[in-house]
Design a protein around this ligand. Structure first.
Ligand SMILES: Cc1cc2nc3c(=O)[nH]c(=O)nc-3n(C[C@H](O)[C@H](O)[C@H](O)COP(=O)(O)OP(=O)(O)OC[C@H]3O[C@@H](n4cnc5c(N)ncnc54)[C@H](O)[C@@H]3O)c2cc1C
Length: 441
């Protein structure tokens, strides 16, 4: 039998890594708080179907997914609609979260992964400077490595000693609080915008969508501040006043969840510990989509573990995983996280100005969830000059854009100085500087 790997929490990236390791003879066990038939949320996810290929799986049977409709974006006034035009080759799929779980869990089980449901992880077991296992409500479990796949608010990550330098909790504007429910569809009349996305609806900092499907209407409300059911109900009524298809009868969901929308974790590894998925903040920092990224990260982590199967899983061995993740994905996400912070400084009127003057266009909003960076080079064209003119004639906005550009450049420079080799002092110094850049300027 190979090394004993504990996957803490049944997140997508953790299960995918578990599968890849079990296929290579590792002894892998997943510890998950939910029951098997209660994994995931009661709603659909949108992601690039190529994500399955990253972990060596074929596309699921066609009846398990459908292709997503292009979105139409509106700002506060809803004066200007910007339509997505995602090319055919980039089209994303929409799949039930519970079916995604069923699909990856069945493949992981086939590979030999053992799933332990109904275990709540309360923290890490640490000996000296090494994580040697997890504490659960049903007792302690020891292993050669703990993969943290407990999501954004991981209790495991939060329990690590402070001197590991791994950020325990997210800061302000780094997490989206989401309310989501499927309501009945009221009218069968054709809808102008079947997938309508509202940025700063009612002038509140956040995003919402109303997606009108054949037999239901999907409402999502996302904000940087926590809100309660009373506010969610009031907001649903607001959307109802503008979207005739949105009924009042709750069919599914009707609860809250959260997503990290920030830069990737600055230190993802320690002796005996590696974070993946939402616990390492691998989501696209504006939309919060993260399935494709954690499926991409899984083979990166598995490759390092397989290559070093005869060594202790120390931070310097695992550092290669973090470096690889940043090189392929994280370096692109970090400036986007800075751009997201810029959005928190823009007033509702300025956002309307940005939409009405096409400073943001269909092109930027047609990126798929797999896209990991902003294509700065594509801005240098004739169309950009016209946009530049619109920005120049709004001094306050111009100042904010300049601050954004400077901030993004600093972030790009910081990612390029991540230490090549693991050295505790150098890594924590780098992480301190890098993290300090993600403040609202
Ligand atoms: C409302 C919403 C909509 C989203 N839509 C999309 C989308 O359309 N497309 C997309 O790509 N991404 C989407 N995401 C993001 C996506 O869910 C994540 O980025 C992705 O699933 C990776 O997260 P994860 O699996 O690592 O963590 P999670 O999904 O948070 O999973 C963590 C797992 O760990 C378990 N766990 C947590 N704590 C403990 C504990 N203490 N003990 C034991 N088990 C524990 C949880 O029960 C859960 O099973 C959405 C997220 C939300 C909340």
């Amino acid at each position: 039998m190979g090394r004993k790997i504990i996957v803490a929490g049944g997140g997508h990236g953790g299960i995918a890594t578990a599968m890849l390791l079990a296929q290579n003879g590792f002894d892998v066990e997943v510890y998950e708080q939910n029951a098997q038939d209660n994994m995931g949320y009661d709603w659909t996810d949108i992601f690039n179907p190529r994500a399955f290929g990253k972990i060596g799986l074929p596309l699921p049977p066609e009846e398990m997914y459908e292709y997503k409709t292009d979105m139409t974006f509106y700002s506060v006034s809803e004066n200007t609609a910007i339509e997505q035009r995602v090319p055919e080759s980039e089209k994303e799929i929409k799949m039930e979260r519970r079916d995604i779980y069923k699909y990856i869990i069945s493949h992981a089980e086939k590979a030999g992964v053992k799933f332990n449901y109904g275990y709540t992880i309360t923290g890490a077991i640490v000996q000296g400077k090494t994580v040697v296992g997890i504490r659960t409500d049903k007792g302690d479990v020891l292993g050669d490595l703990v993969i943290d796949s407990c999501g954004c608010d991981s209790a495991l990550r939060a329990s690590l000693p402070e001197d590991f330098g791994i950020q325990a909790k997210v800061n302000e504007y780094e997490k989206f609080f989401i309310y989501r429910a499927f309501f009945n569809r009221v009218s069968q009349e054709p809808v102008k915008d079947p997938f309508k996305v509202c940025v700063f609806a009612e002038g509140k900092l956040g995003i919402g969508w109303v997606a009108t499907e054949e037999n239901h209407t999907d409402l999502l409300v996302g904000r940087f501040e926590q809100f309660d059911m009373e506010e969610a109900t009031r907001t649903a009524d607001y959307y109802r006043s503008r979207n005739a298809s949105l009924g009042t009868q709750v069919l599914r969901g009707n609860y809250f969840a959260s997503i990290p929308v920030r830069h990737p974790l600055s230190i993802m590894v320690a002796n005996g510990y590696a974070a993946i998925g939402d616990s390492a903040f691998m989501t696209f920092p504006i939309t919060g989509t993260g399935i494709a990224n954690c499926f991409s990260a899984a083979p990166m982590l598995a490759t390092v573990l397989i290559k070093n199967k005869d060594k202790d899983y120390t931070a310097d061995v695992l550092w290669e995983y973090q470096r690889e993740y940043y090189k392929k994905i994280g370096n692109g996400l970090a400036p986007v996280a800075k751009a997201k912070l810029f959005l928190t400084t823009v007033t509702p009127e300025e956002l309307d100005y940005i939409f009405d003057n096409k400073i943001i266009s269909s092109k930027e909003l047609s990126v798929s969830a797999e896209k990991v960076d902003i294509d700065i080079a594509s801005y240098f064209n004739k169309e950009t000059l016209l946009r530049g003119k619109a920005v120049l004639s709004n001094k306050a906005l111009m100042k904010k854009f300049m601050t954004l550009a400077k901030g993004m450049l600093k972030v790009v420079a910081a990612t390029s100085t991540m230490p090549k080799e693991y050295d505790e002092h150098k890594v924590s110094e780098w992480a301190r500087k890098y993290d300090s850049l993600f403040t609202v300027d």
